[in-house]
Design a protein around this ligand. Structure first.
Ligand code: EPZ
Length: 418
């Protein structure tokens, strides 16, 4: 098992680049199945989840090549429409392959993605939207079997602006005759990035990033080239690390627009932020102030994925902070591990009250991707040595973490244990 060993208590100083967005490259990799040609994606992060998505594409018969930060997918030879259990279990967001497989082959068989550490992660909104477009779906022994039949564009109203359900509906709609409108669509920047890719692939699509997306047109077979947008959650995580430790950091190749709510929180906590173009500079005091109530919401509200890293920073504050997690039902699991480092966190349902303290080093265990990142943030701020276990969770979403933190003056090393 790999662990991070961290010597905490030092301010962060330096400049690092932000990588391409995990939550954009995953749906766009799935979308390469639609083109039936060669897609070259630039600015792809080297992450465990990206490896899982590549394994699914190769299982489906695609040829995939990695060249530095580029991923090349040739989907002309794709010839399978099933994703088996062991591949679905690697990454629960593999459900995003359902739409492209259906649109390409007219049928799909996927093992039901399980829940994960932060919640049940149902896919009822995905299935309801696809049924609305005319997809026949039945569940059989843990698998979902889908027949596309004669898909017709429709108005699809999502009862919740689900990111994955919006993406699956967009991808399936490329095979519908007529116009599909997705109403109450997710507005996350990753949706607009997927729209951009689909446009380059020949789809008529507009409204990505807004609440109503309109899509029509079957995709001609063609080659596509696209650059993945910056990872706003990685950006938020490094901002929270600086807020927790004090110092001055500059993030390049970022998109300040996409982290507005996070910048507002750290500014209210006493940090000074300057951003322009693709760069964000943050100055943090030795200890930040308590943070005004943070309520996680669908974009453009405060992102649920940044709740754990910001809570880690709040654990070091002079004062009290309050978090309301409205998106996932089990997304405070990192609190118990933070408490092992001296954090004072009171959980009641979906509310967490954090009284800032001086954190001390401890051995802690990652509970999930963003919870693990929060433990690293806390370890960087804590006095003394910490060991963070189960860091394979963190590998899913953070590229070159030790390199980037070392460049910011941190003492962190990755070790094999046991
Ligand atoms: C995407 O997950 C992200 N993952 C998540 O990031 C992110 O936390 C989430 O959006 C919210 O922003 C990827 O993009 C790969 P949802 P997704 O569908 O699509 C409920 C990370 O750390 N729901 O918007 O699964 C669901 O249970 C990950 O990078 C249903 O009830 O999120 C949740 O409570 C974690 N039925 C809420 O909606 C459904 O059919 C939001 O889920 C689908 C979702």
């Amino acid at each position: 098992m790999s662990v991070y060993r961290v010597q905490g208590g030092r301010p962060l100083r330096g400049k690092i680049p932000i990588s391409g967005a995990k939550n954009s490259v995953l749906p766009i990799l799935a979308a390469t199945l639609l083109t039936g040609g060669r897609s070259r994606l630039h600015n792809c992060p080297d992450l465990r989840d990206v490896g899982s998505a590549i394994r699914i594409l190769e299982h489906l018969g695609c040829r995939v090549l990695r060249e530095e930060g580029d991923i090349l997918v040739d989907s002309s030879m794709a010839n399978r429409w099933d994703v088996p259990h062991q591949l679905m279990r690697e990454m629960r967001s593999s459900v995003i392959f359902l739409g492209p497989i259906l649109a390409r082959f007219g049928k799909a068989q996927l093992s039901l993605p399980g829940g994960c550490d932060i919640g049940q992660r149902p896919i009822d909104l995905h299935l309801a939207a696809l049924r609305r477009l005319g997809v026949k779906i039945r569940e059989q022994g843990g698998d979902i079997l889908c027949e596309a039949g004669d898909l017709r564009g429709q108005d699809v109203i999502l009862s919740f602006p689900s990111v994955g359900a919006t993406e699956n509906t967009m991808l399936t709609a490329t095979a519908c005759t007529g116009v599909t409108r997705i109403i109450n669509a997710a507005r996350e920047p990753e949706i607009a990035d997927l729209q951009e890719f689909l446009r380059k692939a020949g789809a008529q699509v507009q409204g990505g990033g807004e609440s109503v997306i309109q899509l029509s047109g079957e995709l001609p077979r063609r080659d596509v080239e696209h650059t993945i947008l910056p990872d706003r959650i990685e950006t938020a995580t490094y901002l929270c690390a600086a807020a927790a430790c004090g110092g001055e950091i500059t993030l390049t190749e970022a998109e300040p627009e996409h982290v507005g709510t996070v910048l507002q929180c750290v500014s209210e906590a006493g940090c000074t932020v300057r951003s322009g173009g693709r760069t964000i500079t943050l100055w943090a005091p030795e200890r930040i102030k308590g943070i005004a109530p943070v309520r996680t919401m669908p974009y453009p509200g405060f992102p649920t994925d940044a709740q754990a890293p910001l809570m880690a920073a709040a654990c070091t504050a002079l004062g009290t902070s309050v978090f309301l997690e409205t998106i996932f039902e089990n997304r405070f699991r990192h609190a118990a591990e933070l408490a092992r480092m001296g954090a004072d966190i009171r959980i009641s349902g979906r509310t967490a009250i954090v009284n800032g303290t001086q954190l001390h080093g401890a051995r802690v265990r990652s509970t999930d991707l963003r919870g693990g990142a929060a433990l690293v943030v806390a370890a960087l701020a804590a006095q003394g040595e910490s060991v963070v276990e189960d860091i394979s969770h963190i590998d899913r979403g953070y590229e070159k973490l030790t390199d980037k933190l070392t460049a910011l003056g941190c003492q962190i090393e990755r070790l094999k244990e046991g």
